[in-house]
Design a protein around this ligand. Structure first.
Ligand code: OOG
Ligand code: NI
Length: 463
């Protein structure tokens, strides 16, 4: 039998092969990431693996897909469910983006440490908000929904195999092979001609809407490797003549601990596609929607830590408005140096980031009796803190990545109120709870503290 994590690992690897064939620049990105990671490992030794073993980091990818309807999202959830991936987090990119990005998103990923360590593959999954009148008037909405209702992204056979894998938590080898073939093929770029007039109608509103609702299938939008030094990677890509977006999204380059997530991408490339003209003739054209992204991951922040992160973003915005000629990265670095704790210990002491704890070898202990607070246990060498890696995404960075790859702004009618899409509505559509990332990290931390309290017999008096 092939277990769910084996399906997940095989799926990630096969998608990566497929995407490398489809978008050769992705293979360059993967190679440069690998070179950078090897160099960082050589320079920093064990420290380089503080946020994940090199084998995990090298295999680590996230994908991004976009679907059109709640039904399609529900089907995608079953396919990811087959591979032990659950919906985590809710991102409203309509609000986070200044250009027209009419989607809300979640990410499907494994949720326990064991499963994450086996293979952390995650897929950022966006749903088109066709009911939002700021983007789609009544007529366009009904044409769009009719078009979407008429297509099939995932075959009944694929869905049946997915349901079986989820129910039995594994598939026999032959079925597993079949499931993987069908699942990978479902995300391949289709050769079917694109209806040019319809695509352009949607593109006037939003290039993202056209990519989702202008074609009869879905495709992987990008596949993102993880790198240990994203600034170095950025320079090496530019040296190779690859056009990158202007910035690295997320926290700035600074000397303190890596937190959350930093991302950048190479620009969406023109890919040959066949187009059908209104008179029925088919011609060759090109569409520019798929790009190559890369990311560096840091420590997961608590709600308080995240609030601080968001506050610093706003401070940087204000500084940038006042000093438009100073690079944003410089302003951000100085804001961070002033306001963000510069060590893991301070992040932990102020309750800003998540850690797990394990017992240190006896010879490191500097006191005879274990003290009853975690800070003292760590301080006196009884316990070692291990940062929990951020496994999720950032709405503003996601919007930044979307946006910097769009060549047209699109349109948004601000006279209308946006329609409500929230985590509860997504949960209802897919019939599974959209999980709260803070709760997941918090549970990991609490469990490890309870284990330590038990091992040191501190139950009851632990602070
Ligand atoms: C998703 C963009 C967001 C990320 O890593 O934040 C994203 C998309 O382009 O479909 O991938
Ligand atoms: Ni991405």
């Amino acid at each position: 039998m092939i277990s769910q994590w084996q399906l997940r690992a095989a799926f990630a690897a096969r998608l990566s092969n497929m995407y490398g064939r489809e978008v050769p620049a992705y293979s360059i990105l993967v190679n440069v990431s690998r070179d950078v990671n090897e160099d960082v490992l050589r320079a920093k030794g064990a420290d380089a693996e503080r946020l994940g073993s090199i084998s995990r980091v090298s295999a680590e990818r996230h994908g991004a897909i976009r679907v059109g309807t709640p039904q399609e999202l529900q089907q995608a959830a079953r396919i990811f469910g087959a591979m032990g991936m659950y919906p985590v987090g809710f991102y409203d990119l309509r609000e986070a983006a200044s250009s027209s990005v009419p989607v809300v998103s979640t990410a499907f990923r494994p949720v326990t440490d064991t499963e994450l360590a086996r293979n952390p593959f995650r897929v950022f999954t966006s749903l088109l908000t066709s009911a939002d009148p700021r983007f789609f008037d009544t007529d366009l909405r009904s044409r769009l929904e009719t078009f979407l209702a008429d297509r099939e992204l995932f075959s009944p056979e694929l869905l049946a195999l997915a349901d079986r894998a989820e129910a039995e938590q594994a598939l026999p080898e032959t079925q597993a092979e079949h499931f993987l073939d069908l699942a990978v093929a479902a995300f391949e770029l289709s050769q079917e001609p694109v209806d040019k007039a319809w695509y352009e109608t949607l593109e006037r509103v939003s290039a993202v809407a056209a990519d989702i609702g202008g074609v009869r299938s879905t495709h992987i939008n990008h596949l993102t490797p993880r790198v240990l030094d994203i600034d170095e990677l950025y320079h090496r890509m530019i040296e190779r003549g690859i056009e990158m977006i202007g910035t690295v999204q997320g926290p700035p380059k600074w000397t303190g601990p890596d937190v959350l997530l930093r991302q950048t991408s190479f620009r969406a490339l023109a890919e040959p596609r066949t187009l059908r003209l209104p008179d029925g003739t088919v011609t060759k054209g090109a569409l520019r929607v798929r790009f190559g992204e890369v990311e560096a991951r840091g420590i997961a922040l608590t709600r308080a830590g995240r609030a601080l992160y968001d506050k610093l973003l706003t401070m940087v915005d204000h500084k940038k408005a006042a000093q438009p000629h100073t690079p944003r990265s410089d302003l951000a670095c100085s804001v961070w140096t002033e306001h963000m704790p510069s060590t893991e210990q301070e992040l932990a002491a102020q309750g800003l980031a998540y850690f797990t704890y394990d017992l240190a070898p006896e010879h490191l202990r500097t006191s005879l009796r274990p003290p009853a607070s975690m800070a003292d246990l760590v301080e006196q060498g009884w316990v070692r803190a291990q940062p929990i890696v951020y496994e999720d995404f950032l709405p503003r960075s996601a919007a930044g990545i979307f946006q910097s790859n769009l060549s047209v702004q699109g349109m948004r009618n601000r006279d209308h109120e946006g329609s409500a899409y929230d985590a509860a509505r997504l949960s209802g559509a897919i019939d599974r709870d959209v999980l709260d990332p803070f709760t997941l990290y918090g549970q990991q931390q609490v469990l490890s503290i309870a284990r330590i309290a038990g091992e040191l017999d501190l139950k009851g008096r632990f602070r």
